[in-house]
Design a protein around this ligand. Sequence first.
Ligand SMILES: [Zn+2]
Ligand SMILES: [Zn+2]
Length: 206
Amino acid sequence: MNVERIVVGPLATNAYLACSGDECVVIDPGDEAAAILKRLGRKGLVAIIATHLHFDHVGAVLELAEATGAPFYAHPADWAIYKELNEVAEEWGFSVPEIPPPKNPGLRVWELDVLHTPGHTPGSISLVGDGVVFTGDTLFHMSVGRTDLPGGDWDALVESVCRLYGLPRGYLVYPGHGPATTIGNEAEGNPFVDASVCDRGVRRNE
Ligand SMILES: [Zn+2]
Ligand SMILES: [Zn+2]
């Protein structure tokens, strides 16, 4: 799997184009559909996936879906409160993008396993490929997602980050904002969720 990062929109969201051969998926196309389509070139887009439904991760979904016909996937727990999730966007002066009703990603989309990792939002997911994990706004390089927005839950976030720490340490982490990291780096040095918290009996449900 080949991964390209495209930084888009006013909040510098990482959109990722993940390709195998001539097939690609786009993860978190927050803005700049034209730039994403240009990078896609002649390859086929087989899915559009949002790690969660904050406005800065979905701004180009409708345009990409219309241009390519690719299905759109996001967790139903976020879709159920789409308006509420993005109330703050309007307060910040951003409009809430119109998006097509998402399909439930279930446990796997294309070559990616889907992990439900709530906390930043109730429907946040992480996508696990061969040696890589896309973590949305759940886990960043030396940081984690905020939980003070509608639907946020700190305890759930910690549990989700602990699940991610259970992945192999060499796995590359591609977050929703900022630079890539590895599971090992974060498990050892993330100042917000220390891996020792996880060993002390945080529930790990599969
Ligand atoms: Zn977010
Ligand atoms: Zn974000």
